[in-house]
Design a protein around this ligand. Structure first.
Ligand SMILES: [Zn+2]
Ligand SMILES: [Zn+2]
Length: 804
């Protein structure tokens, strides 16, 4: 393979060596400079690895290899997020139990991942569907349950009739199921298990100010948490002044303009308040809304609603205002009731127009009077009007002043509200870890004792979900019948399984301890290796997965199981790879299969090409044309190293030109900075231009050749290893040190070294003041034709005398 670059042969050889030499395994307990680099573990689909993985994973691997070359003990694990509805639906389609299918798809993934040449430590791989793993997922559930963070309650949830399970709000797109664009999502009121993530809303938000994450990801999290400051205000009921409807508003300053109230149709007081004359219409309306999902209710354009016949009193104006119900008010936001200020809230404005309700303007802007008619709600700055003693106050001042005034009169108080909901973790499906609790008539909810874990998911033939909302395990008597752990009487196991997002909310804690059967995560290893140094993944996980990992980490920290409360020191979101300007999808027919490219070009060319498509954090457009250029570059590197080796065998090397020395140092500086900032495409461009300089200003010396290979190694690890061996170096290139650049070489502050042979001046050359003695002497030897010398004398920064 020496004379011609043959990627297939080189890659097979090095993948075998890495495997046999366990090059990618780290001794986790002994490592001196631990560095944990994490990629988002894949869900092993039947289709195999897609091009998004082939972009994301090498990007993480390049970072890990770079850190290793910089002297860190890099731990780069991987695993499989193999529970969940995707695998289950596929299993249903082909009529096999996912338990039997998953091992095959994992095997295929493992083969493809290995072809990419990743530095992963397979000895710490995890599979979320293995009982050794989900035993600890169940254990985490129990820890949260014991500390009051897991609870069961009846709640309105999104239900996909096709998936036959509940969906998170984020999985509902314009009212339709994310997986079933033809299926309208329904709303159901059912008993579910929840994690109390809202208790952590403020901390999850506040920590965003200091964690080192991509700004785009932090912004998505801030929006999802959705903190709003406002006031809770009580509106006494018209006919019963001892009772009051409580609302939450972010605009207490506009209370004088509240001309009616709206309750969510699900509000518990609706039945009570509705007068007989309005009962039929209200009942019919509530039935209609019950069929709609939460997301489309939020997005609904046409305003609908019903008057209940009841009235409340505006505590600021003292006037009687009607109480309506409408679908645009959601039960789980705030109190499920609002004060409507049609002049200054667009949805209230549209509703008031549709039902001819009164509008009172309470904010005026310069140059307008309070009587100027509105064509839409005004929610900008201004001064209060029609607001009694608060007239003339700026809205921002009035917010506080009115809240304080209401509080004084016992009618309200300041309050903070969040958009974030508690995390519904139960699923009425088969393919997940059973939730480890037992129901007993006498004792109520009894957690499964820790020593009885795992509650193993049974191997059953009929695992189809059905529309009843009851999980398939509820049909398996041998599963659900279990004695109560407390009283020994007859009990019934929970038959719901937990959300896949719980499996992935803690997997990074498991990796270092993947081989431990006695603990979920070993305390010493966890302290040594965590938090994760660098986590890289897609921004499509900015809210669900990345918020849940933060919550679980914080909860385990508070319970006393983790010494840190944020799981990742750094998180960077990578971009997306598109094709012909569009997202890749089966329906567009523009899906790229990485296998085909790996077959044709090999992993090194493919990895480099993917990274060259565009900035890693932005992504790029996949085009076939560019790939040949990357191949030419690697052919070029191969050639210059081969030439260097044969030239060295043939005799002494000529002296390195100043130009090439300078451009090599420049390249080292630039590539080091670029790798640090994940600017892979510009680092590759720098290597390409260094190759050109080698051709122009060559021949290169050993330093140039080694630097080139070391900088190439993170991107194209196989060819770098092979050529490193050609240079006559022993061991893996990844055990060598990252090249250092010399600032003096860049700025021309060079010194002149005089070369003497037996005391007579024979040559002079320029070098940096910090060049080490060995390299100065080597250059001196080259400058006088590499004579055989007995010894040398070195006067630092001045001269070398060679005694022959
Ligand atoms: Zn669905
Ligand atoms: Zn009992």
């Amino acid at each position: 393979m020496d004379e011609r670059y043959d990627p297939a042969a080189v890659e097979a050889k090095w993948q075998r060596r890495w495997r046999e030499g366990e090059t990618h395994q780290v001794d986790l307990s002994r490592a001196a400079r631990p560095y944990y680099t994490l990629m988002m573990f894949p869900y092993p689909s039947a289709e195999g690895l897609h091009v998004g993985h082939a972009f994301a994973f090498p990007g993480v691997d390049i970072h890990g290899r770079f850190r290793r070359l910089q002297g860190h003990d890099v731990f780069e694990p991987i695993g499989f997020d193999a529970f969940g509805i995707h695998s289950e639906n596929y299993a249903l389609k082909v009529g096999k139990n996912p338990k039997h299918l998953i091992p095959q798809t994992i095997e295929n993934f493992r083969r493809q991942l290995n072809r990419l040449g990743l530095m992963v430590d397979w000895s710490h791989a995890v599979d979320t569907t293995a009982p050794e793993y989900y035993r600890w997922t169940q254990w985490i559930f129990l820890q949260l349950y014991k500390h009051g963070l897991a609870f069961r309650k009846k709640a309105p949830v999104n239900w996909c009739p096709t998936c036959q399970t509940v969906l998170a709000n984020e999985q509902v797109i314009d009212g339709y199921c994310e997986r079933h664009p033809d299926t309208l999502v329904e709303q159901r009121l059912t008993e579910q298990w929840f994690f109390a993530i809202t208790k952590y809303a403020e901390r999850l938000l506040r920590n965003l100010d200091w964690i080192d994450w991509s700004e785009t990801t932090k912004m998505a999290q801030r929006n999802w948490i959705g903190r709003s400051e406002g006031a809770e205000i009580d509106f006494p009921l018209g006919d019963d002044p001892t009772r009051a409807l409580r609302v939450f508003t972010t605009r207490p300053d506009t209370i004088f303009g509240a001309t009616y109230m709206v309750l969510a149709p699900e509000h518990v007081w609706v039945d009570d308040l509705t007068t007989p004359a309005h009962r039929d219409a209200v009942t019919a309306y509530r039935a209609r809304v019950a069929k709609m999902d939460l997301v489309s209710r939020r997005a609904a354009k046409e305003k609908t609603g019903e008057f209940t016949g009841a009235y409340a009193t505006n505590p600021a104006t003292g006037s009687r205002i009607p109480i309506w119900i409408a679908d645009y008010v959601l039960a789980e936001y705030g109190t499920g009731a609002i004060m409507a200020v049609p002049a200054h809230d667009q949805r209230d404005f549209e509703f008031a127009q549709a039902f001819s309700l009164p509008m009172v303007r309470v904010i005026a802007v310069e140059g307008e009077t309070a009587e100027t008619p509105l064509s839409e709600a005004y929610d900008g700055p201004g001064r209060l009007v029609h607001s009694g003693q608060f007239d003339g106050q700026d809205v921002d001042v009035a917010k506080q002043a009115i809240t304080a005034w209401l509080a004084e009169r016992g009618a309200g108080q300041a309050r903070v509200e969040y958009r974030l909901h508690d995390w519904c973790i139960s699923r009425q499906r088969y393919w997940g870890p059973p939730i480890p609790v037992i129901y007993c008539d006498g004792c109520g909810i009894v957690p499964v004792p820790e020593q009885d874990l795992p509650v193993v998911l049974p191997d059953i033939e009929d695992f189809r979900p059905d529309a009843s909302g009851v999980a398939p395990l509820a049909r398996v008597r041998s599963f659900y019948e279990a004695p109560c752990p407390q009283c020994g009487g007859p009990g019934r196991r929970e038959t719901d399984v937990s959300d896949t997002f719980l499996d992935s909310a803690w997997y990074f804690l498991r990796y270092p301890s993947a081989d431990r059967h006695d603990v979920a995560f070993d305390a010493t290893l966890t302290r040594k290796w965590l938090p994760v140094d660098m986590y890289i993944g897609g921004n499509e996980h900015a809210v669900l997965h990345l918020m849940y990992t933060r919550f679980i980490t914080m909860a385990l920290h508070d319970i006393g199981l983790l010494p840190f409360e944020e799981p990742f020191k750094k998180f960077r979101a990578h971009g997306l790879i598109i094709k012909d300007g569009a997202k890749m999808s089966k329906s567009r027919g523009n899906v790229v299969n990485p296998d085909q490219y790996l077959d044709q070009h090999g992993a090194d060319v493919f990895r480099m090409y993917m990274m060259f498509l565009g900035p890693y954090e932005e992504g790029g457009d996949f085009r076939d044309e560019g790939i040949a250029g990357v191949r030419r570059f690697l052919d070029g590197v191969w050639r210059i190293i081969r030439e260097h080796v044969s030239r060295r065998l043939a005799g002494p090397l000529p002296m390195l030109s100043d130009d090439l020395r300078r451009s090599t140092h420049k390249a080292i500086r630039k590539v080091t900075e670029d790798l640090d900032g994940l600017h892979y495409n510009t680092a590759i461009a720098t290597l390409m231009s260094l190759l050109n300089d080698i051709r122009r200003f060559g021949p290169p010396d050993r330093f140039v050749c080694e630097s080139m290979l070391l900088m190439l190694a993170p991107f194209a690890p196989h060819i770098a290893e092979e050529l490193w061996e050609h240079l006559g170096t022993v061991g893996s290139i990844f055990d060598a040190a990252w090249p250092a650049f010399d600032e003096a070489m860049l700025h021309g502050s060079m010194i002149e070294i005089v070369v003497q042979v037996n005391g007579k001046v024979r040559a002079r050359f320029q070098t940096s003041p910090s060049t080490p003695e060995q390299m100065v002497v080597e250059t001196a030897l080259a400058a006088v034709g590499n004579p055989t010398v007995k010894r040398h004398v070195y006067v630092p920064r001045r001269l070398v005398n060679l005694v022959v």
